[in-house]
Design a protein around this ligand. Structure first.
Ligand code: HEM
Length: 191
């Protein structure tokens, strides 16, 4: 019988799917808030959904950070500067210059770059989102920045999530079905 190895712990899978759902809904509700006419009922509803999800995802994010620090599993996905050179082999594979993916750890350097970027991107969106929210109550911004500039940066990082999340989903769906299955069941067959 083939031996099975645990690739994704139960908690990691729960975090992943809750996070995936929240980020996808945050993207949809964020852009729909932006694109609906202001001072309309639907804009208020989209904005309320977006805000609530923002608070929920921020709580989830800190739980996720705590989990990865305690279990030290952040080492699996944290991109280090010395790994920049490893991207060469990965891109050679993606652009058909080599047949097989080079051997990496749990995640390849491209995945690590995206996951590490998401940590910073998420923190940024949490802080700027909270500041935009408190500005509704006449709060003065603690930095020399206008509300419009803050909105612009929040929107720009949202665009970056809009670009990278579908890329992650596309690669997860096409690269190795066993790894996708492991995000559901936890297990992969040892090769
Ligand atoms: C339907 C949508 C999604 C699918 C099918 C999916 C699938 C996967 C799969 C299969 C992996 C494991 C890759 C491997 O083992 O090599 C993974 C990892 C990961 N995904 Fe997703 N994903 C989705 C959406 C998202 C979204 C929206 C986010 C957050 C922005 C996200 C964040 C992550 C993170 C941070 C990891 C690393 C997991 C860890 O070890 O903590 N995913 N995803």
């Amino acid at each position: 019988m083939t031996e099975k190895v645990l690739r994704q712990s139960r908690l990691n899978r729960i975090f992943h799917w809750l996070f995936a759902l929240s980020v996808l809904l945050l993207i949809i509700s964020g852009f729909s808030t932006y694109w609906t006419p202001s001072v309309s009922h639907s804009m208020a509803a989209h904005s309320m959904v977006h805000r609530s999800l923002g608070f929920f995802a921020t709580g989830l994010f800190w739980g996720w950070v705590y989990y990865h620090i305690v279990t030290q599993s952040y080492r699996d996905f944290w991109f280090r500067a010395r790994e920049i050179g490893d991207l060469k082999g990965l891109f050679a594979y993606y652009f058909f210059f080599r047949k097989n993916l080079p051997r990496y750890g749990k995640y390849n350097p491209g995945q690590k770059l995206i996951y590490t970027g998401w940590v910073f991107g998420f923190l940024f969106q949490s802080v700027t989102g909270l500041l935009l929210y408190t500005a509704n109550f006449g709060n003065i911004l603690p930095f020399p920045i206008t509300l419009q500039q803050l909105r612009f940066y929040h929107y720009a990082v949202a665009l970056w999530f809009l670009g990278t999340a579908p890329l992650h989903i596309y690669l997860a769906a096409t690269e190795d079905p066993a790894k996708l299955q492991a995000m559901l069941t936890g297990w992969v067959r040892k090769r």
